[in-house]
Design a protein around this ligand. Structure first.
Ligand SMILES: Nc1ncnc2c1ncn2[C@@H]1O[C@H](COP(=O)(O)OP(=O)(O)O)[C@@H](O)[C@H]1O
Ligand SMILES: [Mg+2]
Length: 242
């Protein structure tokens, strides 16, 4: 369980203090699919970075299973099972999809069959991809799915996705929703996903709304989503592509 207690992140801009995240207290229960939404500039990405350890709060504490992790680095948090899903998998010359999955799983002896299971889980025809090089020949949608397959292989306790729908076309997006639905069923662990997309909010257990750095709402999807529909915080699926 991850707990934020009065977490703030403040910067100085032109000699003035600016609160980007302002006194946020939250509990993220284990094994839930949690969506974070709210207007652009509301502090969502910053909150994700604070949780992953990329930024440190200027006030407040972050607890993981009751342990204070506020001062821990990204690497230390990753070791404890908190990980940030980068939007594009790293590309190195010559690195194959199987290599990426092996690195993620921490098992360099992971078999092709085991690797293929992760690819199938994200809807890729495993045989066609397992030995592909991770390079520009893969489409944005394929790269996202490969990234999500590596998340599955990592078996982390808490995975953060920051607007995974960004930068992919509508067709891929529809498939991505399916992938997240599968992910929800297949992985144990918490998924924290920042998104404006109604279809993503719709598969969440809980929705958190951040605006102006402040926690506006947090609760079960059934309670929070109806109030968001029709506002700028929940776009219908095509919103971004019109
Ligand atoms: N390190 C920083 N220094 C100054 N301003 C920042 C910093 N990080 C974020 N911001 C600003 O804080 C606001 C919130 O940013 P962000 O967390 O990216 O919002 P969101 O992801 O909700 O769109 C934005 O106006 C952004 O420009
Ligand atoms: Mg953002």
């Amino acid at each position: 369980m991850l707990e934020l207690k009065h977490v703030s992140f403040q910067v100085e801009e032109n000699g003035k203090e600016k609160k980007i995240v302002d006194d946020v207290s939250l509990v993220l229960p284990d094994d839930e699919f949690i969506a974070v939404t709210g207007p652009n500039g509301g502090g969502k990405s910053t909150l994700a970075k604070l949780i992953a350890g990329i930024e440190r709060p200027t006030a407040g504490t972050i607890l993981f299973d009751g342990k204070d992790i506020t001062g821990l680095s990204v690497t230390e948090r990753a070791r404890m099972g908190i990980s940030f899903a980068f939007q594009q998998p790293v590309r190195f010359r010559g690195i194959k999809v199987l290599d990426l999955i092996r690195i993620a799983s921490g098992n360099d002896k992971l078999t092709v069959a085991e690797g293929c299971e992760y690819l199938s889980a994200v809807g890729l025809c495993a045989r066609d991809y397992i030995n592909r090089e991770v390079n520009a020949s893969l489409s944005g949608g394929e790269l996202k799915r490969i990234e999500i397959a590596t998340v599955l292989a990592r078996k982390t306790r808490l995975t953060i996705f920051d607007e995974p729908e960004a930068g992919i076309d509508l067709w891929s997006f529809k498939n991505l929703i399916q992938v997240f639905q599968n992910l929800r069923e297949k992985i144990r662990g918490t998924i924290l996903i920042i998104s404006h997309q109604e279809r993503i909010l719709n598969i969440a257990d809980e929705i958190i709304v951040l605006s102006d750095g402040k926690l506006k709402q947090a609760g079960k999807k059934e309670e929070v989503l109806p109030g968001l529909l029709g506002t700028g915080d929940a776009y219908p699926t095509c919103g971004r592509f019109e």
